[in-house]
Design a protein around this ligand. Structure first.
Ligand code: HEM
Length: 707
């Protein structure tokens, strides 16, 4: 469906252009798809054929596929047979799903069919195709399954081999003809009560099966395979609702009932899928995706869908959509895609990557206890001390300012979490976390994406050709283990020797918490978003202040007026420093730290504004990522969004506007460290004075502790 792909369909001559010819992209693409499609079919089937032939381990059993391949290799199978063997598999699976679902919902119909089977076939043998004519009610169920949800609703296209006329219209040779099977099955004149599953509709008034053979078209032929499957299952089993652990029926999920119909709704708008296997991989901007996705808003709107390999991605490009889905429907939008690569790299301990479930809830409760606004009061002395250390180092060695603002957050976190004071340069623990995080961030190469899409590949041995992802994961595992274990061991030993500084780990140890749980929580804070997000906001602050000295001067004037010149601001001053607050908000709006937020994943099918949003389905994940940049730079919300302008956060009467914060995410996954992150970033910003190198002046404040 690439632009070039359309041309080739219209001008088939183009297929003879060599692949290297300029502009022959769709040929290349088609060649690639052809090769891959062929392999997807060839490798498993050949393998099963080989096993059968050579009887290597006796695991292959005779099947339609092996029989077909035996015939093909003997040179006796036609193209039509090949097409059918692949088509039958899909259509039969789709129709079987409808059958099972309808049997659960309609126990009376099921009982009636079983009574017929008992009467005609008896209980001593299974039904066979020879019984088909004697089992009219089972036949009617089979027809109704195909009517109710035709496996191929738009039929298989036909092509006209000569010119034709029909009802006074001219239809030229070569016309492609689609049969809208859905319109036929959902024709109220022919089938009253369209949406009711009703096998009785196929009987005459005198109780005989009618001659309605429309179902031949609906069912892709008279499928004996599907009929036999229906009859055999009904003869052996009663299909019922699943029971919970107390033996009560779990009511059937209405979403499933809907989903079979919902799936006919379109996905939200987005770039057309370029390739059957790769989806839109080629369309995704290679760098700074958030900028590309924000530009796509003009073309596709504020909710965009595309596909990466087998994964559906939805980009939420406006505050309204993010709130509608991630907050108002947070019960189904709060999962994370469980990527296999994360699992085999041992990163699944991290709260931010965990599935939405009991374990994640327990973690969040602990985060709430540790980082709610009143708990934070006890962390203020450490925050203040470490920020003042940073100021001191900035004064002594301003050239190295990047290192200073980066390490201040690590210094705060390591002291609060483990009671450990890092060394200002190249600290071992900080380096350890950085290396582990780099490995995590680097796990986006093709091999890793492939194992995420096809998780069974995780079982390949690491020496296997192409299993580079496995070797990468093993290296990463060592770092992840060290990151969880080494700092924890430091605190454990300090507690044992009586030298421990108060910390989150020592506090949890004293309450008898499970050690593995403590390591997980501590490493989540130490390795995660806490350090790097705050540092990144600080980097934006330094940059903005050098670029906008007038803003800096205004903030300093406010500090001088409110705090005075003989002490540094503290967090207690925050409510009185309105301009500094507006400056902080503008930093977070202007260059959001995580411009694409963190991906959420759906646990149910959903519809929104007439579009279909699929639930996580086998290896397919529906990721909804909130494009913070698009929200923070929405021209309807912020005039001249690219402009750095703290004044925009004031009302006309000089009061701060109501805060619109997209910086910390949404819904049940919202950042649990937001109060802490905001306090550290604000205090660091309020304490610094950044002067362009061309200006000689420097402001020096010495506080009571000599800093
Ligand atoms: C300025 C600093 C920070 C920023 C900008 C930030 C931003 C974010 C964002 C955007 C998310 C994803 C929310 C979502 O999925 O919708 C998040 C999640 C998270 N953050 Fe923060 N964060 C900051 C500081 C912190 C701190 C200081 C901590 C720890 C004390 C922390 C711990 C976490 C955790 C554990 C999660 C995962 C939550 C979950 O999946 O349930 N963050 N953060």
């Amino acid at each position: 469906m690439a632009p070039g792909g359309g041309l080739i369909n219209i001008f088939p001559l183009l297929r003879h252009i060599p692949i290297w010819f300029p502009g022959a992209t769709s040929r290349k693409e088609a060649e690639e798809v052809r090769r891959l499609t062929e392999e997807v079919v060839r490798i498993p089937t050949e393998n099963s054929y080989r096993l059968r032939k050579e009887e290597l381990d006796g695991t292959a059993v005779s099947s339609l596929v092996t029989d077909f391949y035996e015939k093909k290799y003997a040179g006796g199978a036609s193209e039509t047979e090949e097409f059918m063997i692949k088509g039958v598999a899909y259509t039969t699976i789709s129709a079987s799903r409808t059958f099972f679902h309808q049997m659960v919902l309609n126990p009376d119909i099921q009982r009636k069919a079983q009574a017929e089977l008992d009467r005609v076939v008896g209980s001593k043998r299974l039904p066979t195709l020879a019984d088909r004519k004697s089992l009219p009610y089972v036949e009617a169920i089979y027809r109704e399954v195909l009517r109710f949800k035709p496996p191929i609703p738009i039929g298989v296209p036909h092509s006209l081999i000569t010119d034709d006329h029909y009802k006074g219209y001219y239809i030229p040779q070569g016309t492609i003809v689609f049969t809208n099977i859905w319109a036929m099955t959902y024709n109220e004149g022919v089938y009253p009560e369209l949406f009711t599953f009703k096998p009785e509709r196929f009987f005459d008034a005198d109780g005989k099966l009618n001659n309605d053979d429309r179902v031949l078209a609906y069912g892709f032929g008279r499928s004996s395979l599907l009929w036999l499957q229906i009859a055999s299952v009904l003869a052996c089993f009663t299909i019922d609702k699943v029971k919970d652990k107390d033996g009560n029926n779990i009511e059937i999920d209405n979403n499933y009932e809907e989903s079979s119909l919902l799936q006919n709704l379109p996905y939200p708008p987005g770039p057309p899928s370029r390739s059957l296997l790769f989806g839109n991989v080629a369309d995704i901007p290679k760098t700074k995706q958030w900028i590309g996705f924000t530009q796509w808003r003009e073309q596709y709107g504020d909710i965009i869908h595309f596909r990466v390999l087998r994964e559906h991605m939805i980009i939420l490009n406006s505050l309204e959509v993010a709130k509608d889905l991630l907050e108002k429907r947070s019960n189904i939008y709060s999962d994370r895609p469980g990527l296999t690569m994360i699992d085999i790299m041992d990163w699944e301990f991290n709260t931010g990557l965990k599935h939405y479930g009991a374990q994640w809830r327990t973690d969040r409760r602990v985060f709430h206890d540790l980082f709610n606004p009143s708990a934070l009061l006890s962390y203020r002395p450490v925050q203040t001390e470490k920020i003042r250390d940073m100021l001191h180092r900035l004064l002594k060695n301003p050239e190295d300012f990047v290192n200073h603002y980066k390490t201040v957050n690590a210094a705060i976190i390591m002291r609060l979490v483990y009671g450990y004071d890092i060394s200002p340069n190249d600290d071992y623990f900080v380096r350890l976390a950085e290396s582990a995080i780099q490995k995590l961030a680097g796990s986006v190469f093709l091999g890793a994406a492939t194992v995420n899409a096809f998780p069974f590949l995780r079982h390949l041995p690491s020496w296997f050709p192409g299993a580079g992802f496995k070797r990468y994961a093993n290296e990463s595992k060592d770092l992840t283990t060290a990151m969880r274990e080494v700092p924890f061991a430091f605190t454990e030993q300090s507690v044992a020797s009586g030298t421990a500084l108060p910390s989150i780990v020592s506090q949890l140890l004293s309450t008898g918490e499970d050690h593995s749980f403590i390591k997980n929580i501590a490493a989540t804070i130490y390795s995660g978003l806490s350090i790097y997000t705050t540092s990144s906001a600080m980097g934006t602050f330094f940059y903005a202040m050098v670029m906008h000295p007038e803003v800096q001067r205004k903030a300093q004037e406010e500090i001088d007026n409110v705090v005075g010149i003989d002490r540094l601001p503290t967090l207690d001053d925050r409510d009185s420093l309105l301009y500094v607050e507006a400056l902080y908000r503008e930093i977070t709006r202007w260059r959001p730290t995580l411009p694409l937020g963190v991906v959420h994943s759906t646990t149910e099918d959903d519809t929104y504004r007439g579009y279909f949003i699929p639930k996580v389905w086998y290896y397919q994940t529906s990721g909804a990522t909130n494009n913070e940049l698009a929200m923070a730079h929405d021209p309807e919300q912020y005039k001249d969004p690219e402009l750095f302008n703290p004044e925009r956060h004031f009302n006309e009467d000089g009061k701060l506007t109501e805060e619109v914060n997209t910086f910390f995410g949404f819904g049940r996954r919202i950042c649990p460290g937001r109060h802490m992150g905001s306090a550290t970033a604000w205090l660091a910003m309020a304490s610094c004075s950044i002067v362009p190198r061309s200006e000689e002046s420097i402001r020096l404040i010495i506080d009571g502790t000599g800093h």
